[in-house]
Design a binder for this molecule. Sequence first.
Ligand code: HEM
Ligand SMILES: *[C@@H]1O[C@H](CO)[C@@H](O)[C@H](O)[C@H]1NC(C)=O
Ligand SMILES: *[C@@H]1O[C@H](CO)[C@@H](O)[C@H](O)[C@H]1NC(C)=O
Ligand SMILES: *[C@@H]1O[C@H](CO)[C@@H](O)[C@H](O)[C@H]1NC(C)=O
Ligand SMILES: *[C@@H]1O[C@H](CO)[C@@H](O)[C@H](O)[C@H]1NC(C)=O
Ligand SMILES: *[C@@H]1O[C@H](CO)[C@@H](O)[C@H](O)[C@H]1NC(C)=O
Ligand SMILES: *[C@@H]1O[C@H](CO)[C@@H](O)[C@H](O)[C@H]1NC(C)=O
Length: 327
Amino acid sequence: MAFIGGVKMVLTIVLFLCLGVIRLEAQLKVGFYDSICPSAEKIVKEEVSKAVRVNVGLAAGLLRMHFHDCFVRGCDASVLIDSTGNNTAEKDSPPNSSLRGFDVVDNAKSRLEKACQGIVSCADILAFAARDSIVLTGAVSYQVPAGRRDGRASMASEALGNLPPPFANLDTLTQMFAKKGLTQDEMVTLSGAHTIGVSHCSTFSSRLYGFNSSVSQDPSLDSSFATNLTKQCPQGKSNASLAVPMDPISPNLFDTSYYRNLLVNRGLLTSDQTLMSSDTTAALVKQKADNSSMFLINFGAAMVNMGQIQVLTGSNGEVRRNCRVIN
Ligand code: HEM
Ligand SMILES: *[C@@H]1O[C@H](CO)[C@@H](O)[C@H](O)[C@H]1NC(C)=O
Ligand SMILES: *[C@@H]1O[C@H](CO)[C@@H](O)[C@H](O)[C@H]1NC(C)=O
Ligand SMILES: *[C@@H]1O[C@H](CO)[C@@H](O)[C@H](O)[C@H]1NC(C)=O
Ligand SMILES: *[C@@H]1O[C@H](CO)[C@@H](O)[C@H](O)[C@H]1NC(C)=O
Ligand SMILES: *[C@@H]1O[C@H](CO)[C@@H](O)[C@H](O)[C@H]1NC(C)=O
Ligand SMILES: *[C@@H]1O[C@H](CO)[C@@H](O)[C@H](O)[C@H]1NC(C)=O
């Protein structure tokens, strides 16, 4: 008995050691570039600051880009790949609607290649740039574990099924985030990203005009807010570049007004307002609306978790020379 118990224990220990090694290999590390490219994070930050100073909307663009990257084949910079003659890439799929900030990544990458050739992955640039972007608009800073490698594929066909649509209901959102290993609380927290940036009229106009056969406007939308939106997004005037701020109270400030808007039915997208449709998530919204420091700290932690989705590490993938092209 004692012998069998001993064997079991040894096997258990061996198993734990193996798991430990596997985990270590797949792990990202804060300060990954400290010895191999000490200026990496500084260069990204400088390029992001420069861009955001000229156009504050790029902060929202870079934040969203990291999200779209991580939700489609993991955080592997697949979102940055350009389409080629024989491949339509993620960025040319419908849900890309208006990704912006590609040039900022290119500028950072070309400086990084000069400073330390072949070392800093495009996927890590996106993770650093998302953090720097929101810090510039008022978020609390957080440390970004790094060591991601870049993927060698990007397919338009993979975007639609992995990125939640603006008309998603609470169950769909919860499931789509759970598939990526994120909790419902993290989903509610990360949705707070919509406190900055814009949405195009076409994305939500179905809430304003011809909602369904019995009501013309979405009844879950505050009517005075809806009136404002109809002025900004006139029916039939299909100007594809018309856009409105996601958070009209403080469009460029990373604060809790996104949640305060939801409490008064002023969430812009169906996927925003639906966070009020269950007691559990409504309580989370209220909590975040009431406690800014808690929201900001939770947001950084949720970003770190989002940033670990299906990452390539070690000798998997590659470090792209040009973020738009597979080596
Ligand atoms: C919960 C599910 C989500 C849905 C359904 C969703 C959907 C959308 C849609 C439809 C837009 C507007 C696109 C347009 O009309 O131009 C948008 C914008 C944006 N999203 Fe999300 N999103 C979600 C979660 C997230 C997350 C997790 C982040 C980041 C952590 C994020 C960051 C942003 C930002 C910053 C913008 C503004 C982009 C800009 O101004 O360029 N979103 N989102
Ligand atoms: C796709 O085209 C590129 C050049 O644009 C070429 O290098 C690559 O081999 C082609 N891939 C396939 C699968 O045909
Ligand atoms: C998004 O995809 C459309 C095709 O669906 C494409 O015309 C457009 O250029 C893409 N936008 C970006 C920013 O890549
Ligand atoms: C229209 O939407 C409202 C609000 O969601 C709903 O109560 C109503 O049943 C819908 N009507 C039809 C015909 O689908
Ligand atoms: C509607 O727009 C007016 C004028 O811009 C603004 O003062 C008001 O706060 C807005 N109301 C809502 C509910 O967004
Ligand atoms: C469409 O809207 C954009 C942004 O408001 C504006 O710059 C552009 O001139 C408009 N185009 C047309 C054809 O109305
Ligand atoms: C806000 O949340 C933080 C962190 O969870 C907590 O320490 C603090 O007491 C909360 N503040 C209020 C006013 O509830």
